[in-house]
Ligand binder design. Structure first.
Ligand SMILES: Cc1cc2nc3c(=O)[nH]c(=O)nc-3n(C[C@H](O)[C@H](O)[C@H](O)COP(=O)(O)OP(=O)(O)OC[C@H]3O[C@@H](n4cnc5c(N)ncnc54)[C@H](O)[C@@H]3O)c2cc1C
Length: 430
């Protein structure tokens, strides 16, 4: 084994994965005074929002009232920075979905992390943890020049798949009824100008006709996101499988690309305005909606969301509907936006593994039921739980306190000082 020149380095907080949760965690930990390291396997940050071409930050705003913002702090800074770079997308996307140009978004993240003093290593694949008994004391990573063991006062798992929790032996769940994965792609050279809702209607009708004619077995949406008038991003392919099985994920990636070609062929033959369209780009990875979910000190349920239950240790606010993509061959747009919840609270305990110390899990795999995960999995909420994890890690390291014993009032106060929202609007924690 070749040892990296980075081997033996020590940080207060090591964050694994630079998706929504990881960037927020690393930035907020550094802002809270920690020496922070962020490790990301791609050559850029943003996670699914950039790598999988989502371009959209759902759950920054309430779905019941688009005027109410439920996530502030790092997310607000990031949005401001991206917009200042000219990263606003065309404005006629859905009201609750904030769409940003992925390249400006990547640059904005780089700048915010640099300004906060975070050490960022791209092309860094975290492949294990260092442990003393039940306590995680560092990580092992495959870097460009070899393997490194990096010591950490606390580790934040922002991998989107609870991969670090898995390495640490923390308990996690993988649902039997996993939501589909999707390969996003972008079409250019459109022969007409339409709004997003017009495109959704036109493409939806073409896809339904193709399905009825036996040209495609299953599709979702299609949901359209537009950066500019001349192009559309399409969320429609449906691929099933276990995303944490290396063989199944590889097969799924291959299948996702094949389904992209099927849909492109259907659209250019069935929609006159798309007869000359071409594929501008496919995502650099399949989107994984659901994989491992941590079993934490508390598991958030659908009832907690529906009743907007108040938690004394609330550290983030969620707002997205319980959006579970069907697995039963359903085609088209599944109903989910009609009964969006009012903004609800997420307790710190959802980030704390049941038994493992020295580790917090943020973002998509926080401890929830399958139904609650349908709402918490989106980037707005991941940015918020990431910020909470970063600040918690920094405070615990400074105080020499185990993460599970952290005094939650100080955590909530520190988050409020960073501009984060920790309580649902018009609610006080019980
Ligand atoms: C098909 C699909 C469609 C979606 N559509 C939308 C939408 O329209 N609007 C919306 O708002 N949300 C959408 N979402 C949800 C949303 O994008 C994600 O759920 C959210 O981004 C999850 O954030 P995260 O930070 O937990 O994980 P991710 O964004 O997945 O980030 C994880 C990061 O960790 C890195 N990583 C993983 N393992 C390692 C490792 N071992 N070492 C180093 N780095 C590692 C990854 O490369 C990645 O950068 C969609 C999701 C899917 C799957």
């Amino acid at each position: 084994m070749i040892t990296s020149s980075f081997d033996g380095q020590k940080f207060d907080v090591v964050v694994c994965g630079a998706g929504s949760a990881g960037i927020a965690a690393a930035h907020s930990a550094a802002k809270a005074g920690a020496k922070a390291l962020l490790l990301e396997r791609h050559g850029f940050a943003g996670g699914i929002v950039t790598a999988a071409m989502i371009h959209t930050l759902d759950a920054i705003k309430s779905c019941v009232d688009h005027e109410v913002e439920v996530v502030g702090g790092f997310a607000a800074e990031l949005i401001r920075e991206t917009l200042a770079l000219g990263g606003a997308a065309t404005t006629d996307n859905p009201g609750e979905a904030l769409t940003l140009h992925p390249e400006m978004y990547k640059v904005a993240i780089d700048r915010l992390l640099a300004r906060a003093g975070v050490t960022v290593l791209y092309h860094a694949n975290v492949c294990g943890v260092v442990q003393e008994g039940n306590r995680v004391t560092g990580v092992e990573a495959a870097l460009r020049d070899g393997r490194a063991r990096i010591a950490a006062g606390a580790v934040v798992d922002g991998t989107g798949d609870a991969e670090i929790a898995h390495h640490a032996g923390a308990r996690w769940n993988l649902d039997r009824d996993l939501q589909s994965m999707t390969y996003h792609f972008r079409l250019g050279n459109l022969g007409a100008r339409r709004t997003w809702s017009e495109w959704e209607e036109i493409l939806g009708a073409a896809m339904k006709a193709a399905h009825a004619a036996g040209e495609i077995k299953v599709f979702g949406g299609p949901w359209i996101i537009r950066l500019n008038d001349g192009e559309i991003s399409i969320n429609s392919t449906r691929v099933y499988g276990n995303p944490v099985d290396p063989v199944e994920l590889s097969r799924a990636e291959t299948e996702g690309r094949a389904r992209m070609l099927d849909i492109w062929n259907i659209l250019r033959h069935r929609v006159p305005a798309l007869k000359d369209c071409y594929i501008l780009a496919g995502a650099s990875q399949l989107h994984i909606r659901e994989s491992r979910k941590l079993v934490g000190a508390y598991t958030l349920t659908e009832e907690d969301i529906r009743t907007s239950r108040a938690f004394a240790d609330s550290i983030a606010v969620g707002a997205w509907p319980i959006d579970i993509h069907p697995t039963n061959g359903y085609v088209g747009v599944h109903p989910h936006k009609d009964d969006a919840p009012v903004p609800y609270e997420i307790p710190y305990r959802c980030l704390v593994p049941e038994k493992i110390d020295g580790l917090l899990v943020a973002g998509k795999p926080i401890s929830t039921t399958h139904r609650a995960h349908g709402s918490t999995r989106v980037p707005g909420t991941s940015l918020a739980t990431g910020q909470a994890a970063g600040v918690a890690a920094a405070l615990a390291v400074r105080a020499g306190t185990p993460l599970r014993a952290l005094e939650v009032d100080s955590l909530r106060e520190a988050l409020l000082r960073q501009g984060a929202r920790v309580s649902a609007p018009a609610k006080s924690a019980a």
